[in-house]
Design a binder for this molecule. Structure first.
Ligand code: SAM
Ligand code: SF4
Ligand code: SF4
Length: 323
């Protein structure tokens, strides 16, 4: 099993399947920076499904256990289910989506081998939803997508980013909406990813502040090492808090990311990736790829969230690197 400089394994791979999205969440792809004519990656630069599958196969001997499909919006990538079928079923295969197209694809995704889906939903009232996502979409479409995923047999989590002044009321409203279901809601602190989302600390609602809005929360043990959410029992429901700003979890971070154009990033907040596409397109074997990835991982010392405020570098955008 490969380890980095701090002894952290490479267990979890997030793949950005596309840098495009059908939403323009202000905290991720603000419309003024990502207009309709934004120069998104051309198709020739994007890794094919076969190329991505080769990378996954090369990472399995290094200790890979989980693959998460993300983006951009992964459901915009054509024939996504064909890719899922190429991923070895021994891996935990998950996806993060904004849910707008989930109703259409849920059953097919499950049949292809997807096990879990995380659906991003920042509000259930239409006004706040449309402001947060900067779309004319209706949250009911996402809610119907979640229902289709559950009916198809997928395990569902909901991710809710809380941004002060925008959607604090979702902290109560969203768990209430899923009361009596097995859907786990997880609140995410607004993060300073990329360079375009006008992040400032005043707009971060910390996990502690969110928890103070609930009575009778009971803390739960972590499911496994590297779990990003701090878990709590709320009545019969589980809710979680991803507190990357106020309680960094770099110490256990075992996540690698591949951008849509094939760069390996060893931290969500990195500036440069390692160009795996070039190695792939030079005809590298599985062993060559494993060795290259192993060398990159051995040299990893990332811990951005622990050092926030004391590091200055230009960060890549989350839609490019994969959330
Ligand atoms: N488009 C898909 C979606 O929204 O689920 C997948 C990609 S998105 C980049 C992955 C996750 O990152 C989403 O749950 C989103 O809410 C979260 N995210 C994006 N920007 C963020 C930010 N600035 N702070 C915290 N979470 C963020
Ligand atoms: Fe798109 Fe997801 Fe980013 Fe929102 S968070 S803009 S849905 S990639
Ligand atoms: Fe992992 Fe980087 Fe996030 Fe720390 S800041 S938890 S190293 S992705």
């Amino acid at each position: 099993m490969v380890k980095d400089k701090r002894g952290r394994p490479l267990r979890d791979l997030r793949i950005s399947l596309t840098d495009r999205c059908n939403m323009r969440c202000s905290y991720c792809m603000p419309r003024e920076h990502f207009p309709a004519d934004h120069p998104f990656l051309p198709k020739s630069e994007i890794l094919s499904y076969e190329e991505l599958a080769s990378l996954i196969h090369a990472m399995i001997p290094l200790g890979l256990e989980k693959v998460r499909l993300t983006g951009g919006e992964p459901l915009l990538r054509r024939d996504l289910c064909e890719f899922i079928k190429l991923i070895p079923s021994e891996l935990d295969i998950a996806m993060t989506t904004n849910g707008l197209l989930l109703g259409k694809f849920a059953e097919e995704l499950k049949l292809a081998g997807l096990k879990r889906v995380t659906v991003s939903l920042d509000a259930i009232d239409i006004e706040t939803f449309q402001v947060m996502s900067d779309t004319k979409a209706n949250p009911e479409t996402v809610l119907r997508g979640i229902e289709s995923a559950r009916l198809a047999g997928l395990k569902v989590k909901v991710n809710t980013v809380i941004r002060a002044g925008y959607n604090e009321h979702s902290i109560k409203a969203i768990p209430e909406r899923f009361l009596g279901t097995d859907v786990i809601v997880r609140f995410i602190e607004f993060m300073d990813v990329g360079e375009t989302n006008s992040w400032n600390l005043q707009e971060v609602v910390t996990g502690d502040q969110m928890r103070s809005m609930f009575d009778h929360l009971k803390s739960l043990e972590a499911n496994n090492i590297g779990e990003v959410a701090n878990r709590y029992k709320f009545g019969n429901q589980e809710i979680g808090f991803i507190e990357s700003v106020s309680k960094p979890f770099c110490n256990d971070c075992s996540r690698a990311r591949i951008s849509a154009d094939g760069a390996l990033h060893t931290c969500l907040f990195s500036s440069d990736g390692h160009d795996l596409k070039a190695i792939l397109r030079m005809g590298a074997s599985k062993d060559d790829l494993s060795k290259a990835i192993s060398t990159i991982w051995n040299g990893r010392s990332d811990a951005y969230s622990e050092q926030r405020g004391s590091v200055e570098h230009t960060k890549v955008e989350m839609s490019y690197i994969g959330g």
